[in-house]
Design a binder for this molecule. Structure first.
Ligand code: XIL
Length: 345
């Protein structure tokens, strides 16, 4: 049988997965490494390139796990999505505590950010295809205030100007890497739900950055969906991608998974084959993939993990418990989502 990557290649599409470095290195779990290498043409670090992983102690960088991923990619003929340079989560404690206790002032914080971006992008120079430069900078309708705004640690401490700065610093450090803004709830446009407003906000942000000559090359749509929210329409997903493309930007799906609540007749280990209620999961993977295939500027389609054996969902969505979010079950049997993606390719 053909791999996802072989099928995607015929469309010029890169198909990817986030990689958990512990699982990749586990000799007792060889199937993880095999599938990560054989089914995908691009990889991204699930955690290894985040600030708290790279610089747990101020001034001391721990490059080894991230370097191992980049080496793995080279051995397997894969491109790398770098994730992530600027985000409000998974920051090292020395940084957040330094700001809280006042030992790091705003001018120093801006220098620290510049130096971090420069050090990381330079370290991987020439080996990263797309960088997620800024991640999740925009609020959601359920945040306070509900009016969409720039949220989180960086906007609060530096103001929204950090976004343009970050792209400029990244470009200077590796002029050939494609620089992305990455976010969730921007997967569709025209559905009439609140995600339309966030998509529009990000669109206006990107338009403004482009108009000012800020070096942004693409917008990444994460694609963390849940079956409890129903299914988007392929045309609405394509419409969101096309709006960004209209600004001269590339697009990508960067973190696709489709979780389900493990309540009311859905339990760990179920798949769409044995529990028809999970067919919505497969359908959502297919919706996003078909929209990406329909838009030439959609460069890559990355899954946020490929097996229920190693997925962030059960750890993060506990009340009610959620899971079953990936394309392979816990024993590496391909699920219906996998078959549907193959059929789409
Ligand atoms: C998640 C990882 O999957 C987890 O292992 C980690 O504990 C928390 O972060 N949006 C992002 C990703 O941009 O970096 C997040 O990854 C999932 C949500």
């Amino acid at each position: 049988a053909q791999s996802l990557r072989a099928l995607a290649q015929r469309h010029g599409l890169y198909i990817g997965t986030a990689v958990d470095m512990d699982a990749l290195a586990d000799p007792a779990d060889p199937r993880y490494r095999e599938l990560a290498g054989s089914e995908f043409s691009t990889v991204t670090a699930e955690n290894a390139m985040k600030w708290e992983s790279l610089e747990p102690t101020r001034g001391t960088y721990n490059w080894a796990p991230a370097d191992q991923l980049v080496d793995f990619a080279r051995q397997h003929g894969q491109r790398v999505r770098g994730h992530v340079l600027v985000w409000h989560n998974q920051l090292p404690a020395w940084l957040t505590e330094g700001v809280t206790d006042g030992s790091i002032d705003k001018a120093e914080l801006r220098r620290i950010l510049r130096d971090h971006i420069t050090a990381v992008v330079r370290h991987f120079k020439g080996r990263i295809w797309q960088w997620d430069v800024v991640n999740e900078a925009v609020s959601d309708p359920w945040d306070t205030p509900s009016t969409l705004h720039y949220k989180g640690f960086w906007a609060e401490n530096l103001g929204p100007g950090y976004i343009a700065d970050a792209f400029r610093w990244a470009r200077a450090a590796d002029p050939k890497a494609l620089l992305f803004y990455n976010d969730y709830n921007i997967e569709a446009f025209g559905s009439g739900n609140p995600a339309d407003d966030k998509t529009q906000f990000v669109y206006e942000m990107a338009r403004d950055l482009r108009a000012r000559g800020v070096p942004i090359d693409g917008v990444g749509s994460q694609g963390h969906l849940g079956t409890q929210y129903g299914n988007y329409d392929t045309l609405q997903v394509a419409a969101a991608l096309r709006r960004f493309a209209g600004l001269g930007l590339a697009t990508a799906f960067t973190e696709v998974d489709v979780r389900s609540q493990l309540t009311a007749g859905v339990q760990a280990g179920d798949s769409a084959e044995i529990n028809p209620r999970l067919q919505a999961s497969a359908a959502n993977f297919s919706t996003l993939l078909r929209a990406c295939l329909a838009e030439r500027h959609c460069l890559s389609f990355t899954l946020w993990g490929f097996t229920d054996r190693h997925s962030w969902v059960p750890d993060w969505f506990e009340n009610p418990p959620e899971g079953l979010a990936t394309a392979y079950d816990e024993n590496y049997r391909p699920k219906r989502a996998y078959q549907e993606m193959k059929a789409d390719l």
